[in-house]
Ligand binder design. Structure first.
Ligand code: ADP
Ligand code: MG
Length: 399
């Protein structure tokens, strides 16, 4: 689960991390009020969307020369004008995709005098079962670009959760960023605070870009992006309360209500599969036959009829879907239950696109009988490859 920058900063400041003062604003009046409270002389009006690259982003309808999603201004009046221009408008950044994201809230923050910009992130390294720290003197840039063109400027080391942060880690961070004296000490303290926050809140990733050295020689977190491990959210109702559903795909929200592992994608073939591995393989083989999957969906082993019906409806609600491939290898899942769910969903919503069904494993024959006797126009497939080929053909034939 992701949260907004202003929320991430609030979480971090609970752990003592130094961040600039600021207030969230949903309206122009609130933005003006925030600016008045901050007092200036420099304000930053920051679009709050779940995507990075806001500073260099472009607003729809404002032309290529307009300012981006992070604007530095010098008066309350300018805060108002810029807030009015940004609120409700769609911001496109390299992380939002071409559709962009509508800006529904702003963060009005005090302006910092920047001497240097660094990059710092913490993330779970599954291979070593540790927390990796990534630091670079090239802050404010895309870290992927830095990694590509100047990999020597990226420093990484890891922290063993058994022993936690040691002074040596702090020194390593300071050295990576070329910091000495008071700033080196601040880097060490900051690392301890970030690591504590990371563990306490079950974060999956914490990215600070930029971490700055201020003109008066202090470290400040100027941007913060945090994502949490969804499997641990039950331990953090205070984090769940920060969820902004307007940032999420409505289909994924609906799927989460039924505890379905569903991820919306851009393709045309809807997939209903049991098992994450089989779902990945199904997506691969759809691509192999020249089409693109519209989603990832694992209905899981203990799928009930209700769950399958919901899943099928979510797939059909996607206007990009031109065909559906049901690929079930019944182990714990039972093919007859899956088949009933499919038939029920289709009866409720109708079937406007070709449907290919491949059923194998537990109660496969009962499942096939249910589908065959349902009167639905279903194309039967013998195996995974056959199913993918048939659905791609059916969709291409209809086009
Ligand atoms: P994004 O990464 O989405 O573009 P940032 O919060 O990193 O958004 O802002 C982009 C740039 O704007 C930063 O690299 C920094 O140069 C500048 N900036 C952001 N916040 C402030 C601030 N409070 N004071 C001064 N400059 C800022
Ligand atoms: Mg940033």
């Amino acid at each position: 689960m992701n949260i907004h920058e202003h929320q991430a900063k609030a979480v971090l400041s609970e752990f003592g991390v130094a961040v600039p003062r600021g207030y969230a604003a949903y309206t122009v009046d609130e933005a003006a009020e925030a600016a008045t409270k901050l007092g200036g002389p420099v304000f930053v009006v920051k679009s709050q969307i779940h995507a990075g690259g806001r500073g260099k982003g472009k607003f729809e309808g404002l032309g290529p020369d307009a300012k981006g999603g992070v604007r530095v201004v010098k008066s309350v009046e300018d805060v108002k004008t810029n807030a009015a221009e940004m609120l409700g408008r769609v911001l496109v950044t390299h992380q939002t995709g071409p559709k962009g994201k509508q800006v529904n809230r702003l963060y009005i923050e005090e302006g910092a005098a920047i001497a240097k910009e660094f990059y710092l992130s913490l993330l779970v390294d599954r291979e070593t079962s540790r927390v990796s720290v990534v630091a670079s003197t090239e802050g404010g840039m895309d870290i992927e670009d830095v990694a590509h063109s100047t990999p020597e400027k990226i420093h990484t080391f890891s922290i063993d959760p058994v022993t936690g942060v040691w002074p040596e880690h702090g020194r390593r961070l300071a050295k990576s960023l070329g910091l000495t004296g008071g700033l080196a000490k601040e880097a060490s303290t900051l690392l301890g605070q970030l690591y504590t926050a990371f563990m306490a809140k079950d974060m999956a990733m914490l990215e600070i870009n930029p971490l700055i050295v201020t003109a008066d020689d202090h470290l400040r977190v100027l941007d913060a992006k945090v994502s949490f491990d969804s499997n641990a959210l039950f331990r953090h109702p205070e984090i769940v309360a920060l969820r902004d559903e307007s940032e999420e795909d409505p289909k994924e929200i609906e799927a989460s209500k039924y505890d379905l592992s569903y991820i919306a994608l851009d393709g045309e073939i809807g997939c209903m599969v049991n098992g994450a591995g089989l779902a990945m393989a199904t997506m691969d083989i759809i691509k192999l036959y020249g089409a693109e999957p519209a989603n990832f969906l694992d209905v899981g082993g203990g799928a009930t009829r209700e769950k399958v019906t919901a899943a099928f409806k979510i797939i059909m609600a996607d206007p990009n879907v031109k065909g559906i491939l049901v690929n079930i290898f019944g182990g714990i899942a039972r093919c007859d239950i899956l088949a009933q769910g499919v038939v029920e969903a289709v009866k409720e919503t109708g079937l406007a696109v070709p449907l290919v069904v491949r059923l194998e494993g537990t109660n496969a024959q009962q499942g096939k009988d249910i589908i065959n006797n349902s009167g639905l126009n279903v194309i039967a497939a013998n195996d995974l490859s056959d199913g993918a080929e048939k659905i791609v053909k059916a969709v291409r034939g209809a086009a």
